[in-house]
Design a protein around this ligand. Structure first.
Ligand SMILES: [Zn+2]
Length: 265
């Protein structure tokens, strides 16, 4: 029996992603640093605040966040579990619709405002077709991805990111995800913008790291679990839209293109 291990895009073992909330003006500085280091992030925007003093404007969203991802954060940034279901749906759909009108593609990710939720919120997100939702305040301290994408706990807040870099880069496991979250205004409030560069210099240009948005990682991992193998594991069909990568017996890497069936020798 062959030993088959899935890999990330381009045959990489590790993935790095960031998630930043609230659409504050300091996102401009953070995105500039992310672009410098080749990092990808997801920016969760409560669209009711866009254009107010201290926040980015709706018109700059497509260019500012180009190459990154924007995601829902509730139109008014409410505690989703403390409002009626009707109101909850309104908050989620209005925010999503506003963002989609800015970026012209489906927006199906979310970060819970205040990081809070209950089973009814999760069920509503599922019914509305959201593909993932990030929590806060319950960081895992590990590099695993969630069983339920609607309860996606990050590895750490950025103030603890440095301590996870070495264990991340030396992890011997494939599909290892370092997920860092925060607010860009925290760098300003705590006067520690140098932290972004400390993280940047240690994590930039790592050959084993796939730099991806939250949504790209979620979608790729969902596709992995849709591959269809023969019982003998001598052939595999990829019905998804992604090229999926895997290691065979730890000695070679295989890429299975979208729609293809290939022999595994
Ligand atoms: Zn927030």
């Amino acid at each position: 029996m062959k030993e088959i291990k899935y890999l990330f895009s381009e045959g990489k073992k590790l993935a790095l992603t960031f998630s930043y909330d609230d659409g504050v003006e300091f996102d401009r500085r953070l995105v500039e640093r992310f672009n410098h280091y080749g990092f990808k992030g997801t920016f969760n925007l409560p669209t009711s605040v866009l254009g107010r003093p201290g926040y980015v404007t709706a018109s700059e969203v497509p260019t500012l966040y180009a190459g990154h991802e924007v995601a829902v954060h509730g139109y008014h940034h409410p505690f989703l579990e403390r409002i009626s279901r009707t109101q909850m749906i309104g908050e989620l759909v209005a925010d999503r619709q506003n963002l989609e009108a800015m970026v012209h593609h489906p927006v199906t990710g979310l970060a819970y405002p205040y990081g809070t939720y209950d089973p009814e919120v999760v069920a509503t997100l599922r019914a509305l077709g959201f593909t993932y939702a990030r929590t806060a305040g319950d960081e895992t301290g590990n590099f695993r991805y969630p069983q339920d994408w609607l309860v996606w706990r990050p590895t750490c807040h950025h103030h603890r990111a440095l301590e996870f870099i070495e264990p991340f880069l030396t992890s011997k496991y494939s599909l290892t995800v370092l997920y860092v979250w925060g607010h860009s205004y925290e760098f300003d409030r705590e006067a520690n913008w140098e932290l972004v560069d400390q993280i940047g210099e240690r994590l930039t240009n790592q050959p084993q790291v796939w730099y991806a948005t939250n949504g790209e990682i979620q979608h790729y991992l969902e596709c992995i679990h849709r591959l269809v193998f023969t019982v003998a594991q001598d052939a595999v069909y990829n019905p998804t839209d992604q090229t999926i990568w895997m290691a065979i017996d730890n000695d070679r890497v295989l890429a299975i293109e979208s729609g293809k069936t290939i022999r595994i020798e």
